[in-house]
Design a protein around this ligand. Structure first.
Ligand code: GLC
Length: 468
């Protein structure tokens, strides 16, 4: 069975968020169990692509509205565990960043046209196409209703929604960018008077999955305007919990942390990383270390951090460390805490993969008070490194973390994304930390939990089989 994953991000080539981690890991695990999985993504002009070698396997010209673009399909020479193809469209796609340009709609439509033009002429076509998020949302529509892709219409398509907050909608004056299609089907592009690629994909894909069972339930209640559609398409929707790449995220082998450790050596291993972080960020290694890693946006509850951290640092003898970037106001307010709380608080505004690994290893607790969390991978990374997640009971967080007060529990959970809930959980964590023996035991329990992709990769395969 040959499956082509189409995505805007794939780790380690280009990563903005968890989407990259999933697309960089799932195909590896699918290959292990006999699926011929491949990935195609845009070629961006970043450090990774600059340092790697590619083979040019196809070259052509595509039409985007009234403009023509020359493009190439490149194949990465290094081994990732699956074949990786990249669409290089000079000027349009190969820029320094993945998203955030005025012409993102044009960029991702061109990407999808290039992918389908390439598939159209290829001898061995995929048995199934797996699209990820709105950037690839027109593929199921184009396969079914565009004149030129008619011969592909029997290829089943699966859409995975990693995050329904982002839908990529734009107005009808850009309709002409899409290749000619059966105009009777124009309604499939529409959601509340705009062209909405995520809504289009939900309507047209043969099956829609999302990244945790709880999020699949929540979508019909809260999905940034798509509730009605998702309720209507409920029968097509399936929640499959993400896994993690347990080779990349392995404290026993991780080259990015100060000292490797196993369940047996967790105490000394984590201590080495904590010491390193405390030295680097001027923190106190005798106090518990609470961290946050991620985008500083409303969805993650980051707007509450300045207030919550201020109060937590005043009331408790703890350290807090933040790694992330996002909302400029939040960034500024978080930086503002550096001075009054010198010695117990610090923030690194930006992203640094190596530092993230050290933080998972060196922290005692990881904060995730998300308002929306389709799956969340950070809590799973943190568990693997023996760091206790403090999460809001929502989406994938609810599916992966059990509170220490409940049967079989190992994490700390709260119900709301509010300053009070965050403070209450920090208070519970501080108490829990004092119980040295119980705390150590809990670390071991966390590390034993298996969140590798093995199980979920199989669920995707049964889904594929039901469609082919
Ligand atoms: C998005 C979601 C996150 C999920 C990831 C991978 O980034 O916000 O919750 O874990 O996609 O599916």
């Amino acid at each position: 069975m040959k499956v082509l994953h189409i995505s805007a991000e794939c780790f380690p080539v280009a990563k903005v968020g968890g989407l990259a981690d999933v697309v960089g890991a799932l195909p590896k695990y699918q290959k292990k169990i006999g699926v011929d999985a491949e990935v195609i993504m845009p070629f961006y002009d970043n450090n990774y692509t600059e340092s790697k070698k590619f083979v040019n396997i196809f070259e052509s010209e595509l039409d985007l509205g009234d403009r023509k673009y020359i493009y190439q399909i490149l194949k990465l020479k290094s081994k990732l565990g699956f074949p990786l193809f990249l669409v290089k469209i000079p000027e349009l796609l190969d820029r320094k960043y993945v998203y955030g340009f005025e012409d993102d709609s044009e960029r991702f439509i061109a990407f999808q046209i290039a992918v389908l033009d390439w598939v159209l002429q290829s001898k061995k076509k995929p048995d199934l196409i797996h699209c990820h998020d709105y950037h690839t949302g027109f593929v199921p529509f184009m396969i079914s209703h565009s004149v030129k892709y008619k011969t592909l219409e029997r290829i089943p398509t699966v859409l995975t929604i990693h995050n329904a907050q982002y839908q990529g909608q734009f107005s009808y004056d850009k309709l002409y960018l899409l290749p000619e299609f059966n105009l009777n089907k124009i309604g499939l592009l529409d959601w509340y008077g705009q062209i909405n690629p995520l809504a289009t994909a939900i309507k047209c894909a043969w099956k829609v999955t999302t990244v945790s069972p709880s999020y699949s339930e929540e979508l019909a209640i809260k999905s940034n305007g798509l509730e009605g559609l998702l309720l209507h398409e409920k029968a097509k929707l399936l929640g499959i919990l993400n896994g993690i790449d347990s080779k990349v995220w392995n404290p026993e082998k991780d080259k990015l942390i100060s000292k490797n450790y196993s369940i047996k050596t967790v105490q000394s291993g984590k201590k080495a990383s904590k010491n390193k972080l405390c030295e680097q960020f001027g923190l106190d290694n005798t106090k518990p270390l609470f961290s946050f890693i991620g985008r500083l946006v409303y969805e993650k509850g980051a707007d509450l951090f300045p207030d919550a951290f201020y109060k937590a640092l005043l009331n408790h003898d703890i350290n807090i460390l933040v790694l992330g970037s996002g909302d400029k106001n939040v960034e500024a307010n978080l930086k503002g805490l550096n001075v009054p709380f010198k010695g117990k608080y610090n923030s690194f505004i930006g992203y640094d993969e190596a530092l993230a690994h050290e933080i998972y290893a060196g922290s005692d607790f990881l904060l995730m008070p998300s308002r929306v969390e389709p799956c969340g991978l950070n809590q799973m990374y943190s568990l693997r490194y023996g760091t206790i997640p403090i999460v809001r009971r929502i989406g994938g967080l609810k599916d992966t973390v059990i509170d220490i007060g409940d049967k079989g529990g190992f994490g700390i959970c709260h119900n709301q994304t509010s300053v009070d809930d965050i403070l209450y959980s920090i208070g519970r964590a501080v108490e829990f930390y004092k119980n040295k023996k119980g705390f150590k035991k809990n670390r071991e329990i966390c590390m034993k939990i298996d969140h590798s992709w093995d199980k979920s990769a199989k669920e995707y395969i049964s889904l594929y089989k039901s469609l082919i």
